[in-house]
Design a protein around this ligand. Sequence first.
Ligand code: HEM
Ligand SMILES: [Cu+2]
Length: 637
Amino acid sequence: MAATAESDTSRNPFRRPKATTGFWSWLTTTDHKKIGILYFVTAFTFFIIAGLQALLIRVQLAGPDGQALNPDQYNQIFTMHGITMIFLALMPLSAGFFNFVMPLQIGARDVAFPRLNAFSYWVFLFGGIFIYSSIFLGGMPDGGWFNYAPLSSQVGPDPMAGTIVDAHVSRMLFYSIGLQIVGLGSLVSSVNFVVTILNMRAPGMTLMRMPVFTWMTLVTSFLMLFAMPIIGVALWQLMFDVRFGGNFFDPSAGGDPILWQHMFWLFGHPEVYILILPAFGLVSEVLPVFSRKPIFGYAALVFSGIAIGFLGFGVWAHHMFAVGMGPVANAAFALTTMFIAVPTGVKIFNWLGTVWGGKLTFPTPMLFALGLIGMFTIGGLSGVTHAVVPHNYQHTDTYYVVAHFHYVLFGGALFGLFAGMYYFFPKMTGRMLGEKLGKWHFWLILIGFNATFAPMHILGLQGMPRRVDTYPAGYGWEFWNAVETAGSFLIAVAVLIFVINVVISRRSGVVAGDDPWDARTVEWLTTSPPKPHNFDEIPQVTSRDELWNRKYTSDHGKPIRVPAGGSGEAAHEHEAHDIHMPDPSFFPLVAALGITIAGYGVFTGGIAMAAIFGLGLVVGLYGFFGWAFEPPSEDDH
Ligand code: HEM
Ligand SMILES: [Cu+2]
């Protein structure tokens, strides 16, 4: 029997790759940890690119009448800065943590659909490359990250200049098709995470024993599940309008340009929670560990996250107060927007309650966590002022708004992600990130960040509009713009120090051991880095903060260390048993590649379109069929 199966698989066109180490293994991996690391490296590379674009913007605006970029270049740069930071940097950085940390936190060996997980990474990467290939093919999208119709959807008299689309159509197709491809990755990964969290928790890990980060992964996945399809539909409509003569947004043909704004922000506002909730989850892991106290108000923290998830779908039109919806709609959305400040405030209160009276230590992850509390609160407060409609009329589309979303997305989301990187780097690599360089990174980025974005509040209230490539002298905007530019270069130095720290620590950082922070949750039960199968034995969970309660009993709240091996569980866990792990496969990559190739077909017409689209279809189908029919590996027999 075995012999024939062996010969069968060797003849099977969909044979499996075997490599589990080396370059090839990264192309075929279905291991959630490796996929997590692929997300980190790729997303951080895109972050650097978007950061360099931000520096270019700041060079252009350092003084009046900037000459570094012409208007067309400037439009492309700020658009790509926004798109890249949101879709190709911050979202996938969160996906890196979802992938690497969440299965460990729930005591699982992997996610529910490992190959689907690999597929979601490859469509993210290929989608990002697809969008950036626009540099060589007519220019990058230039309509801003929210790309309002009819500016984006209007086309010239002859959009098809011969066999290929004209520059504007091409840029809009890179935007609409590129974000579709990237969005597909988010959508399928959210399905994966929801199924994993609801079905693959270790015995005893009830929902109300799950770590807060895993809860925020669940809420964020549901947000993606409901928000991504909305932008998906709008992007199809935009593609049809610019490429196939549709009229979704053309009022002269019965379409409605405001429809795009509603569709975009119905996705766009939940999107900002998709960006911030993972960071909230990471901070909720870090604060208790360095306060040596359980999180304050666990249930309230979890339910406020869920409340934010729900309310997040009811505020979208606060981005459209000035569009002319009328006082009733404006008042309604002003109210719902103010409501959402309540659960957000609960979170900040609970974090402060956690550190209050704690035995605090301040390693770099703790500094970034505290930084998030401070900076996000500032962003949150300016957010409340946006909800005041008459005030919004004054400052919408000015630098006051640019200041606000950088305080919540940079000061909030990015600071939280950095806290998570310093906190989980030891688990991922087995080594600690350098504390000295870490402290330099934190203080320089905190100063640079505030120097860059705090003055934007002033310039915005003084009337400086966003998205202008130059401004004249004599408006009194020179000083603060110069300060902002200096601040942005300080941010760049801080990020460079972080990269140096990662490279050095990866090789020669202090060896971490399994539980370097004396942490509270089961992911720290595994070795650092974890074995391919994570746990030799799936842990039995009996409480929240399972690891802490195994290590400490408490005497009137004072933790008393339990002598090692006392709980009996730990010893037993080191025997590896018959553990089946997902097999490597390269078909997810092939399927993702096929979809991307087909995307290029839309830029052409006639034969060329049929050929390119057809090629994409063949490659994609080979990928999906291979994925469906590749034989199970030997040990399945
Ligand atoms: C690294 C430091 C950063 C600097 C110096 C910076 C600077 C800027 C500036 C000056 C603008 C306004 C451009 C204009 O309206 O003409 C801008 C826009 C924007 N930034 Fe940043 N930014 C940085 C980081 C980030 C981060 C971390 C995010 C996170 C998501 C982000 C997201 C955005 C978005 C979405 C826009 C709007 C683009 C548009 O109008 O379409 N930025 N940034
Ligand atoms: Cu909003």
